[in-house]
Design a protein around this ligand. Structure first.
Ligand SMILES: O=C(O)CCC(=O)C(=O)O
Ligand SMILES: [Fe+2]
Length: 223
């Protein structure tokens, strides 16, 4: 990272307004947004470095929903994840950027986004995540999914595409290579999607905005 990028990251001086407006327009019109090289350069570089520095021991096997049956789960997904809690500089910068986007979307689309959760994901060669929804109506408070990718020089023959389906009846979908800095957002309850097996290590950051469904004494989401 060069000095200008470091300054930008530390001082949060990136002007995100054009990017955020494009995302909001897309979400309003289509319910999803794909922004190639959308991730601001300094943040992209910081997340990439941070991901590079993670070791095997930092990742845990991903689960599905609230199930703990890993044997069954591995037929649905077999990636590994590492939650981003803001203890690293890059993690904090990412959470700050996501917060800024949240405020923008709430102001412009009245989405009522409340909290944000995010993890690095590693798909080893051959790993996949079968077609799924990130949230089911009435069962979860995840409303908006956000994914970004940390793979420079990713080629078509490397596989590992995200396939975003517009509905249950869509079996063709929109195929997207997991290229460095591409941002993808979609309404969590509206778009089934899958990750096709990759031929080499595939790194990403997967995230969700949630609404606040706290009622009575039940605090939800917990943070
Ligand atoms: O990595 C991707 O392209 C999408 C990952 C995903 O669907 C998920 O983690 O729920
Ligand atoms: Fe997903």
């Amino acid at each position: 990272m060069n000095a200008a990028q470091l300054f930008q990251l530390d001082n949060n001086t990136t002007d995100n307004s054009t990017l955020f407006a494009r995302i909001a327009d897309d979400l309003y019109a289509k319910g999803y947004s794909i922004q190639p090289e959308g991730l601001p350069a300094a943040l992209c570089e910081a997340l990439y470095q941070c991901n590079q520095e993670l070791g095997n021991g930092d990742f845990v096997n991903a689960g599905v929903g609230r199930q703990t049956d890993h044997h069954r789960n591995q037929f649905i997904r077999n990636d590994e994840i590492c939650w981003i809690d803001g203890t690293s500089e890059a993690g904090r910068a990412w959470l700050n950027w996501a917060e800024e986007l949240k405020v923008f979307l709430n102001r412009n689309l009245f989405m009522g986004l409340f909290s944000f959760e995010s993890h690095f994901a590693h798909y080893a060669p051959g790993s996949f995540y079968k077609r799924h929804y990130d949230a089911f109506r009435g069962e979860s408070n995840r409303v908006l999914s956000l994914v970004t990718y940390l793979n420079p020089d990713w080629q078509r023959e490397d596989g590992g595409e995200l396939v975003l389906y517009r509905s249950d009846d869509d079996h063709e979908g929109i195929k997207l290579l997991p290229r460095l800095g591409t941002l993808v957002l979609f309404l969590s309850e509206e778009f089934p999607h899958e990750v096709l097996p990759a031929n080499k290590d595939r790194f990403s950051v997967a995230s969700w905005y949630r609404i606040n469904t706290t009622h009575g004494n039940q605090i939800d989401p917990p943070r």
